[in-house]
Design a protein around this ligand. Structure first.
Ligand SMILES: CC(C)(COP(=O)(O)OP(=O)(O)OC[C@H]1O[C@@H](n2cnc3c(N)ncnc32)[C@H](O)[C@@H]1OP(=O)(O)O)[C@@H](O)C(=O)NCCC(=O)NCCS
Length: 172
């Protein structure tokens, strides 16, 4: 499967993580404050981050996944945003996570809008969903600003979430 390079936005490029990005991935995924509403366990070492990247299956399986968000201004990785195929639900999910010092600048919204458009226009998806814990107000706001609509409550592996959805035409 050919890997798709993610979308280009005003302030960011999106690309596949490589094991050379392990330090950045560790900085992002080891911060308990960043991780608190994600349902994921914080990583405890750079080696774990390197293994996670090396074993990440999505790009091999479907050609897309969570891309590294690279700030054009500095060429640094500031987080990830991207699309994940969920075989159990037969849905594609948008997810994002940024280093704390980059919060509050509209970057997640910029990335989310671009990745959703990429999903519809380049990958040919019909619908994109997101699962968010009700207390994650910043994430909910990003999804709303990206034009996604509440699609009801959803128990995600025992975690109560709200499902958001959008379709190519822009409706939930
Ligand atoms: C969610 C996250 C990616 C948002 O990134 P960001 O770049 O700061 O997002 P944006 O700047 O594009 O938009 C954030 C919006 O939430 C609002 N917001 C942030 N914190 C808020 C709070 N505590 N209460 C109310 N609104 C809040 C901001 O004001 C902004 O809305 P506005 O533009 O209407 O003012 C970032 O907080 C993050 O990485 N969180 C941890 C990981 C995570 O939870 N990911 C999502 C899992 S579903």
């Amino acid at each position: 499967m050919a890997y798709l390079i993610g979308p280009d936005t005003e302030r960011m490029t999106h690309r596949v993580f490589t094991t050379a990005d392990a330090e950045s991935a560790f900085a992002l995924n080891s911060d308990p404050y960043v991780m608190r509403y994600t349902g994921d366990t914080p990583l405890t070492s750079v080696d774990d981050a390197r293994r996670f990247i090396a074993d990440y299956p999505d790009f091999d399986e479907v050609g897309y996944g969570r891309w590294a968000c690279v700030l054009k201004e500095t060429q640094t990785i500031i987080g990830f945003c991207g699309l994940k195929y969920l075989p159990d639900l037969d849905e594609v999910d948008i997810g994002f996570r940024l280093l704390r010092r980059f919060w509050g600048r509209g970057l997640a919204t910029e990335a989310c809008i671009a990745c959703n458009s990429f999903g519809f226009d380049t990958i040919g998806l019909k619908r994109i969903v997101a699962f968010v814990m009700p207390e994650n107000v910043a994430s909910i706001r990003v999804l709303e600003k990206a034009g996604m609509q509440c699609d009801g409550e959803f128990d995600y592996d025992g975690i109560p979430t709200i499902r958001f959805a959008t379709t190519k035409s822009g409706s939930g």
